[in-house]
Design a protein around this ligand. Structure first.
Ligand code: HEC
Length: 109
């Protein structure tokens, strides 16, 4: 199969459920930026690579333990874990939504 046809098919499957693909992309890009600015000093935020801080789990693996949506509440409260090395992160609601939208795109089973 021609790669262009394949890419179009993937897009239909991936983009359609989200309604406006453009809005979704903007959120994902914002979420990636938040992660890069606030989390990457310790966590691996890419599809590959190890965390700068060995104890910090790579973000792509969070979904193995729990649905990433479940982080929404914890992030809204500004607390993710009660670990002393983990700083409290305070994000606004749109920032959290963007962060989780991005987080979903990098999960590996
Ligand atoms: C200064 C280093 C540092 C930064 C910056 C940091 N983390 Fe962490 N994070 C850690 C460490 C260390 C752990 C492991 C804590 C543990 O296992 O008790 C962790 C664990 C986590 C976990 C896993 C919690 C669990 O129980 O599975 C999540 C989710 C998380 N961090 C989210 C974030 C987010 C989101 C950001 C950015 C907004 C961020 N972290 C920034 C150090 C950091």
């Amino acid at each position: 199969m021609n790669w262009r046809v394949f890419a179009a098919m993937v897009c239909v499957v991936v983009c359609l459920p989200f309604g406006t693909a453009a809005g979704e992309d903007a959120a994902v890009a914002q979420g990636r930026k938040i992660a890069r600015d606030a989390c990457s000093p310790c966590h691996a935020i890419g599809a590959t690579g190890v965390s700068a801080k060995a104890e910090a789990p790579p973000f792509r693996e969070l979904g193995r333990k729990y649905p990433v949506e479940s982080l929404e509440e914890a992030l809204a409260e500004g607390v993710v874990v009660g670990h002393p090395e983990m700083p409290q992160v305070k994000m606004s609601e749109p920032e959290i939504a963007a962060f989780i939208a991005w987080l979903k795109t990098i999960q590996t089973p």
